[in-house]
Design a protein around this ligand. Sequence first.
Ligand SMILES: C[S@@+](CC[C@H](N)C(=O)[O-])C[C@H]1O[C@@H](n2cnc3c(N)ncnc32)[C@H](O)[C@@H]1O
Length: 219
Amino acid sequence: MSKQASDFMPQGDYRKALDTSFVHRYSHGEDEWSWDVGMIQAAQAFLERLDPQGDQHVLDIGVGRGRDASTFILAGHRVTGLDIVENSSWPLLRKRWGDRLDLVNKAMQDWQPAPGTVFDAALDNGCFHHQHPDEWGPYLAHVRRLLRPGALVGLNVFGVDDAHPEAGWREMDNQRQGYFFTDAGIRQTLEAHGFTWQGLEVIERQHGEARYLLALVRT
Ligand SMILES: C[S@@+](CC[C@H](N)C(=O)[O-])C[C@H]1O[C@@H](n2cnc3c(N)ncnc32)[C@H](O)[C@@H]1O
């Protein structure tokens, strides 16, 4: 039976576990998601829906090695990327992109941008589904607050498949958890937090079982 939200360790302990898990993966070169074709496809599908005029200010939540941020900058946009782990790619990214990219070592839920900062769009490519269940509400409310009305948001999350059709938490490394959604479940979650549904892209996952579900919504 899959883990229930009530079985979770306390929020503060889980934050530490998440940090330990991601620090370990990046520092040992085990961040296989950084090269995952499915995640590249998710970013591409999100980019295709961005305003083609360019110069949109995009929030990249859980920016990782900046693969998607670099794609958006090449398409003419500016990016602010948040991550709880500052990995070894960041110095080069800063040098390469200068003021087109702002990298911030902060958790999404905690970050307060400079007053007056408003984003045109946000992509969360593989970050939200690892958050403690008690943080889903504050996390999504904070995303909404930072965006202009009508802004595009893409959330790429783990999706169940025919082999393992049950939604729920699955244990990963170092006590990190991942929540696997049904197609209806991710829609309900986002609509319950005030987002307007735009559609779902189902993407094959290169590493590991299951699928990715790219949920597209607007504020
Ligand atoms: C699976 S990785 C995906 C990274 C990147 N989006 C990509 O596609 O390669 C998830 C990322 O989210 C970061 N992360 C986890 N929780 C976070 C939070 N609350 N706020 C910001 N970043 C977070 C992790 O450190 C990690 O870099």
